[in-house]
Write a protein that binds this ligand. Structure first.
Ligand SMILES: [Zn+2]
Length: 68
């Protein structure tokens, strides 16, 4: 039979069968998903910034390349 124990969330004394109580289980899951979403957004922004920089460099470099 599973033993009830305190929620692993700091300061939470709710007893639970899993690592966290229901409230903090949902909270932990939401934090994980928002971190993943943040990382994905960051990667997309970084890719967009790289593309913008590459386009700028191409525009700046083109006349010099033509002159040389
Ligand atoms: Zn809790």
């Amino acid at each position: 039979m599973p033993m009830l124990h305190g929620c692993a969330f700091p300061g939470c004394s709710t007893f639970t069968l899993s690592t966290y109580c229901v409230e903090h289980e949902l909270l932990a899951r939401a934090v994980k998903e928002s971190e993943r979403a943040h990382v994905t957004a960051h990667d997309e922004m970084a890719a967009a910034a790289d593309a913008a920089l590459t386009a700028d460099t191409a525009l700046v470099a083109a006349p010099e390349t033509a002159a040389t």
